[in-house]
Design a protein around this ligand. Sequence first.
Ligand SMILES: Cc1cc2nc3c(=O)[nH]c(=O)nc-3n(C[C@H](O)[C@H](O)[C@H](O)COP(=O)(O)O)c2cc1C
Ligand code: SF4
Length: 516
Amino acid sequence: MSLRIFVPRDAGAIAVGADEIAHALEQAAAGRGLGIDLVRTGSRGLYWLEPMVEVATPAGRVAFGPMAPADAASVLEAMLADGNHPLRLGLADDIPWLKRQTRLTFARCGVIDPRSLDDYRAHGGYQGLERALTLGRAATLAEVTASGLRGRGGAGFPTGIKWKTVADTAADRKYIVCNADEGDSGTFADRMIMEGDPFVLIEGMTIAALTVGASKGYIYTRSEYPHAVAAMNAAIAAARRGGYLGTRIGGSSHAFDIEVRVGAGAYVCGEETSLLESLEGRRGIVRAKPPLPAHKGLFGKPTVINNVLSFAAAPFILANGGKAYADFGMGRSRGTMPIQLAGNIRYGGLFETAFGITLGELVDDVGGGTFTGRPVRAVQVGGPLGAYFPRALFDTPFDYEAFAARDGLIGHGGIVVFDDSVDMAKQARFAFAFCAIESCGKCTPCRIGSTRGAESIDKILRGGRVPDQVALVEDLCNTMKLGSLCALGGFTPYPVMSALKHFPEDFRPQQLQAAE
Ligand SMILES: Cc1cc2nc3c(=O)[nH]c(=O)nc-3n(C[C@H](O)[C@H](O)[C@H](O)COP(=O)(O)O)c2cc1C
Ligand code: SF4
């Protein structure tokens, strides 16, 4: 009897011992003279259960976790016997946290072998591309537009309009660039896709290339993502061997190929024009717009630049139709959002669900409150430029417009939770300090304003002329919001102003002096 065992190779799982567990399982099996088929998958995204190991059974895959190497022998015994073990979690698909999700983009993540093109195809992979090849450019674009998909990198710009702009721009060469820089705090969805289902990204980029007439694609990611780089390169090589990248995509007359590029690491290199500068071999400094990258992007050519999750949604949309995707969600936020629960949270991980779920449901119900067990005081949504939400705003539905109406943003879907020990004045200072460190330096409100802002908060912390300093901070935020060239300087006021608005008590000198 040979067991088929699944152990994640996701960076998050490796960080808590997945490689050691894979090794221990192999040793335990060898000790018993048992042959096992060990498949290294991505993660299902239930990070508090990692390393989570699964075994194939006639009833489905049974999960065990969180495992330690010392558990390998006894878990293997359980897998061979009736499955009973204290770490047994039951059928993986029946774990409630997973079951209540709507996994359209992440359907295969943690399930398939990310290096196997056959496994990808066996789980519905490349059906979207095949349909796109049958439909042709105009009808493919119509499906993406009908899906209502909006960019998942932060700005929420309609993907169909972006692709149409590039499709309509005449040029001898066009590019597809995938923004996999993923610099936002508390986010890891791009990394999970690249490590757990890289073919879905390749397929999505290929669909975009066919739609707009591009022949070359780049995936720009960060040096902190070595596992993702390895997984992407292995999948790109497999896609080339399988005829899904190269001169005749899927047997068609279209040519398209992809290269992975690794940045040196700067938050601002996630901003699309700065990313293009870096990709061209220069320092990551923001370009003024216009021209839009869709008109003059990489090497001056029309370029589609999208986030990993935007591209990764395209295969589902093409395979199932734009309407099937648009049927999920609320208002102008259509489809699903892979939400990342992080920070001080009990059940942290990747939760893909239709837009419309409230912030409170996500934090209290799905996330189970704080890891420390103390009350939740604030959550920052949308990365370091996102607003802090107090409990009073937990009824806000996850929806681009609903968040904007409350001076917040969804961004890349990261939620970072803080308990009641957080000092919100210090968080406001951190927002300015982060901006000062990461500023590309091109414009004054951001380059100078961020440093002056941090100094003003320091004065508040020391207790000097607090109302004057608060007024100064407000004025500075207004200048940065209106006068910055890009959203790094332009959105830093969101965390600062939300901290001031919702947690004014933290900006009182006496309390801050006591806290210092
Ligand atoms: C400072 C800054 C950092 C950004 N970082 C990222 C990032 O890491 N990943 C990303 O996809 N978009 C990032 N963006 C947004 C991009 O500029 C751009 O809007 C996005 O790549 C477009 O793709 P989408 O339409 O699929 O969202 C950032 C923007 C700014 C201003
Ligand atoms: S806002 Fe900041 S990061 Fe953006 S262009 Fe200006 S200086 Fe550069």
